[in-house]
Design a protein around this ligand. Structure first.
Ligand code: IYR
Length: 224
């Protein structure tokens, strides 16, 4: 290894093998309860919970540890309304033909359409941005590496953290998403990556049957 500054690993926890079995099984049971939902209650959620979840997302591994992400957490009713208006405008174009027949067919079993009332109902929208340039310091303007992979992992951490906190989420990617730059006041270096909706499910929230079909272990994994 090249010489570099470092410190001993002191916070790794080794569990006895039986406990590892149990923990891995327990985590699977818990994360299996994460479902994308499209009906949210307007019940408030403390900002401190969202802050903790974003801090958890910020621990994700990233290319050269540049952390090429920015999270804009929105609870302002006025800004949520603007986002809903813009998202529905673009989604109407998408569902009215821009998506093409194959894509629209693939979405049939999810029951989605251009109406996105949850963008106003849910207490929090988290707009996730990826950054082309950056570095270990927020003001750096170096090249970032593996930006898509890094932001994808951080987004996974965020979804998991929100689920763990007791919140439901929905990933939403209106196409195009560049309107989020303007509303969230992010400059040219930031690219809207995803909009995450977070809150409590409404009493009539449902899970599409299609979304409950998960591939088996033998479908998704090979052990050599
Ligand atoms: N962004 C649209 C369409 C959509 C696309 C995919 I791929 C989905 O998995 C779900 C929806 C919408 O949110 O309706």
């Amino acid at each position: 290894m090249q010489p570099h500054d470092s410190s001993p690993l002191t916070d790794f926890i080794e569990y006895p093998p039986e406990e590892m079995q149990q923990r891995s099984a327990d985590f699977y049971q818990d994360i299996k309860r994460r479902h994308s939902i499209r009906k949210f209650s307007d019940r408030a959620v403390d900002k401190a919970i969202i802050e903790n979840c974003i801090k958890a997302a910020g621990t994700a591994p990233s290319g050269a540890n540049h952390q090429p992400w920015h999270f804009v957490a929105i609870s302002s009713q006025e800004i949520k309304k603007q986002i809903r208006e813009q998202a529905e405008y673009h989604e109407r174009g998408f569902y009215d033909g821009r998506a093409g027949e194959e894509w629209l067919n693939a979405l049939k079993d999810l029951g989605t359409d251009a109406n996105k009332p949850y963008l106003e109902h849910a207490p929090w929208l988290i707009a996730i941005f990826s950054q082309k340039k950056g570095g270990i310091k927020e003001e750096d303007k170096n090249t970032n590496y593996y930006v898509h992979e890094s932001v994808g992992i951080a987004t996974g951490f965020l979804i998991t953290a929100l689920h763990n906190a007791g919140l439901a989420t929905l990933t939403h990617t209106p196409k195009p998403m560049s309107f989020l730059n303007k509303i969230c006041e992010r400059g040219d270096n930031d690219r809207a990556y995803m909009l995450l909706i977070a809150g409590y499910p409404s009493d009539d929230a449902t899970i599409p049957a299609h979304a409950q079909v998960k591939k088996s272990l033998s479908d998704i994994a090979t052990f050599l």
